[in-house]
Design a protein around this ligand. Structure first.
Ligand code: SAM
Length: 224
């Protein structure tokens, strides 16, 4: 059984130092790699006036870029206190604080209290959470139109890489672990909840997928 979120010290793994470093990199270079790809795929799908829910938003890159490109509102949820603080501060600096709301905590636990949004994003978050099915189920249920995620390719080399990373984390006493979850099961689960995949890119490490709702919210593609 994967460890539940509350046993994982996200504050230790994603601390103030790494948050400041990521913010500095973002200010210097803008979004890069798979994050840039996710943002671009969502912009292509249309974001004018949309509400965005960014889960595991980190320092806020996806949310800030979508607001700048025409989205109306951002809700950001992150399990690491320092990342929420840095993202909130950056929202003020960018003059978008009145259009952004920040929540600290495990999205799976908070989901019932979070408003649905037109667009839901999880950029490199599913790989940080043991119970991927709960995270996918609860986040898909909050998506009115688009659902975008970046997650690791389910391949032997990503499994070896994450396994090596986890040994280092264990050795240093971290409770956090990375995961390569089954990509076919993730894809099937999203489709079963009324979505079709409209874009997909497979990199060496990460894959970027954007899904569009084709069945009304609450209707499922599989009989209950
Ligand atoms: C690898 S970082 C990615 C941050 C950002 N999305 C990016 O791509 O730069 C993963 C983030 O997801 C957050 N996270 C992981 N599981 C979460 C959950 N169940 N609820 C909320 N945040 C979560 C972590 O705290 C961390 O900030």
């Amino acid at each position: 059984m994967p460890p539940p979120c509350c046993d994982v010290d996200y504050d230790r793994m994603f601390d103030a130092r790494s948050a400041r470093r990521e913010l500095t990199e973002y200010r210097r270079s803008g979004p890069t790699g798979s994050t840039w790809r996710l943002i671009d795929a969502i912009k292509v799908a249309g974001i004018e006036g949309a509400s965005v829910l960014d889960i595991g938003g980190g320092v806020g890159v996806v949310g800030f870029e979508l607001l700048a490109a025409g989205a109306d509102r951002l809700t950001d949820v992150d399990a690491a206190r320092a990342y929420v603080a840095v993202a909130r501060h950056e929202a003020r600096r960018r003059g978008v604080a009145d259009r952004a709301t920040f929540h600290h905590g495990d999205f799976v636990a908070l989901a019932d209290g979070i408003e649905p949004a037109d667009i839901v994003t999880l950029d490199r978050v599913v790989c940080c959470y043991g119970d991927w099915a709960a995270l996918v189920d609860r986040s898909v249920a909050r998506a009115r139109r688009l659902y975008g995620l970046v997650y690791p390719n389910d391949r032997w080399w990503t499994r070896v890489g994450i396994w090596i990373g986890n040994q280092t984390l264990r050795f240093t006493g971290q409770s956090y672990r990375g995961f390569v979850h089954p990509e076919r099961a993730i894809d099937e689960r999203i489709r079963a909840r009324g979505f079709e995949r409209r874009s997909h890119h497979r990199g060496w490490l990460w894959q970027t997928a954007v899904y569009q709702r084709v069945l009304p919210s609450g209707e499922s593609a599989v009989p209950r």
